[in-house]
Ligand binder design. Structure first.
Ligand code: CAA
Length: 240
């Protein structure tokens, strides 16, 4: 029987590319979204992947949505923590709401989702958790104290969770993309974005499908020995 994969923020951008790839791979995929209904419904129409509207920033919403998903599809064995937002502003101008929104959506969501699936994964001796960090969680970025903190936090969270579950067949890994051609990146002021692209050795933004290809491998049975790892996909923009 095919496994159930949950992709948060899965109706657009990197999440949508991952969801489509995992469907192609034969998984039963479900996606979450929280914003606009129209693109989510369009995604559902195009792909046949069911979309669930709830806010990953809230523990109780995640808990009840996962109960509903599992009733309909079976236990979630694969999680892609992809949902993320930006509220870029220099710290000296940043409002507490801008800090909290980014930390809640981009980092606290990992607790909210994983806490509600991890016990069953451990009981079944199988699970795959892949979370989307960012180049800016590794190197920092002007205007992104909130985002860089959340994206760095994802890496620490994943290493700890990987250790806790390595003997239970559950792997926990991180993908840290650079600048990808998504709505989030297209929101950046064009002059600033031009400057950023000039620092990417490959001279272009990534395609969402290039991120999805690695996610597909990490959730596969072949990747059972990979855990606690962080993979950069950034066109050479930042090398550790
Ligand atoms: N380093 C140091 N200083 C900088 C700088 C930089 N890279 N960029 C600008 N500054 C300085 C400016 O020179 C200016 O200085 P003065 O006030 O002395 O003139 C000051 O900072 C303010 O600059 P701005 O006028 O540009 O400030 P702003 O408030 O209009 O905009 C910003 C600030 C919102 C952070 C804007 O610079 C910006 O959008 N930067 C891009 C941030 C970014 O890369 N976001 C990524 C979003 S996509 C994403 O996050 C996906 C992913 O994972 C990669």
């Amino acid at each position: 029987m095919s496994k159930v994969a949950l992709v948060t923020g899965g109706t657009r951008g990197i999440g949508a590319a991952i969801a489509k790839k995992l469907k192609e791979d034969g998984f039963k995929v479900v996606c979450t979204y929280v914003g606009r209904d129209e693109p989510a419904q369009e995604f559902n129409k195009q792909t046949g992947i069911e979309v669930f509207k709830f806010d990953v920033a809230y523990f109780e919403s995640c808990k009840s949505a996962i109960v509903e998903i599992e009733k309909k599809y079976g236990d979630v064995e694969i999680v892609i923590n992809n949902a993320g937002i930006t509220k870029d502003r220099f710290l000296h101008k940043m409002a507490p709401e801008e800090w909290n929104a980014v930390i809640n959506t981009n980092l606290n969501s990992l607790f909210n989702i994983c806490r509600n699936v991890i016990e069953k994964m451990r009981a079944k001796n199988f699970g795959r958790i892949v979370s989307l960090s960012s180049i800016n969680g590794l190197k920092g970025q002007v205007g992104q104290t909130n985002y860089s903190a959340a994206k760095a936090g994802i890496i620490g969270f994943s290493k700890a969770l990987a250790l806790e579950n390595a003997n239970k067949g559950v792997t926990v890994n991180v993908i840290a993309p650079g600048y990808v051609g998504t709505d989030m990146v297209k929101k950046i002021d064009p002059t600033i974005l031009k400057g950023i692209v000039s620092q990417i050795p490959t001279g272009r933004l990534a395609e969402p499908t290039e991120i999805a290809a690695l996610a597909s491998y990490l959730v596969s049975d072949k990747a059972g020995f990979i855990t606690g790892a962080t993979f950069s996909i950034n066109g050479g923009q930042y090398m550790q």
